[in-house]
Ligand binder design. Sequence first.
Ligand code: ZN
Length: 278
Amino acid sequence: MNIDNSTRLDAHFNSQQPFYDGIYAGESVEIPDTAFDVKDGERIVGCMDEGTADRVHIATPGSFILDGEEKAARMLQGKGVGTVTSHPGCAAAKAAMKMSGKYTNITQKDIDEFAATFSRRLAEKIGAKHEDIPLHRPSNFHIARGAVYDGSRGAIISDPNKGGMIVGNNFVIPPPMFRINRKHLGPERAISAMGLSASIATSDHSFAERISKENPFVVFALGHPTEKGLSSDALEKELQDIQFAVDGTRATLIEYFGSDIIKIVKLNAPQYTSRHNK
Ligand SMILES: [Zn+2]
């Protein structure tokens, strides 16, 4: 990492400090009801990447690219999806290409085309639109100090007119975070995506040692209001217990990173009202 990037990372890290100071101090956190406002047929699927996840409802690695088209279509059938998005520079798309074993000498252009093609075909399959959206973060590093592990039906929490978070007594638009939709992705993929996001945040492609005991990476366990298996308590337990593998080593998320650099904050989605669907 050159000096310039290091200075820019410091600036991103420090600009998020006031938000995380409130979280570390244990202030109450809520997501308002309006953040969940979405009409049937208008739900947006996208990548967990913090450069796009703030504008989607159902966020998973590369818009389900690791699951393949058939399985992804089955998982999204009947979920009221209107748009499937893709984005340039998608790490999940690169992983999917590598996993397939069909490609050699993969260029960035190949990855971007692969990502867009997957999302376009998935969209066609489920009768939705496709949109390739720009990445709202620096293209050469990640800037998320936290992640939302979402057991609800997905909220937009970055729109000042709808979503956001209430931290203590203040309504705030949170800084960019990874978002993993656990409800739609299922536990195994979701926990490995969660592990991946924590590894990225603590790596040289991101904040590295800036994530520390004093400034832990925060995972918001956003529970479903009525489904017990997706409650914030259940998600917290899952985050503590489920194993995932990085570089062939299996460990729980908490063991792997050390509990003192990961903080889990429980959050509950509000009871759904008639203007929302499940
Ligand atoms: Zn992506």
